[in-house]
Design a protein. Structure first.
Length: 133
C-alpha cells in the first residue's frame, strides 16, 4: 500500500508541476492540461489552456481546438473555425490535423474554405509577431 501511495504522490506532484509550467507560459504544459480537461469533458477548463498553447503554435492544441469547434464541445459548433485550426496544425505537419482537415473540407463550400484560410494566415502572422517581441 505504501508503494501505491508513493505512486499517487508522484502523479500529484507531476500534475502540479505541469500546472506550474503552464502558468509560466509553457505551451507543452498548457496543451497537456487542456488535453486532460477535454478528455474528462471539462471543456470550460480545457479551452483557456488549449487556446494559450495554440496561439503559441502548439500543433496538438491547434488540432484539439479544431476538433472541439467541429463537434461543438464547449464552444458553438463552427466548421470554419475548426478548419482554421486544422489548417494551422497541418502546416506544422500534424498528421491528425491533416486528416481532419481533408475530412472537413469535403463538407465546406469554397467560400468557407477561403474564409478559414484567411483567418489561419492572420492567426499565424499574429503569432509570429508576438513570438518576435
Amino acid at each position: 500500500m505504501i508503494c501505491g501511495l508513493m505512486v499517487l504522490a508522484a502523479c500529484t506532484l507531476s500534475a502540479a508541476g505541469v500546472k506550474q509550467q503552464a502558468r509560466q507560459g509553457d505551451a507543452r504544459a498548457q496543451y497537456e492540461l487542456g488535453k486532460r480537461f477535454s478528455e474528462r469533458k471539462n471543456y470550460a477548463r480545457a479551452l483557456p489552456w488549449l487556446r494559450q498553447a495554440a496561439k503559441q503554435g502548439h500543433a496538438g492544441a491547434q488540432n484539439r481546438l479544431g476538433v472541439m469547434y467541429e463537434r461543438g464541445e464547449g464552444v458553438r459548433m463552427d466548421t470554419v473555425e475548426a478548419y482554421k485550426w486544422y489548417t494551422l496544425a497541418a502546416s506544422a505537419q500534424n498528421s491528425f490535423a491533416m486528416a481532419n482537415r481533408i475530412s472537413l473540407e469535403r463538407r465546406l463550400c469554397p467560400e468557407q474554405i477561403a474564409a478559414a484560410e484567411i483567418s489561419a494566415r492572420l492567426q499565424h502572422s499574429c503569432a509570429i509577431r508576438l513570438s518576435s517581441k
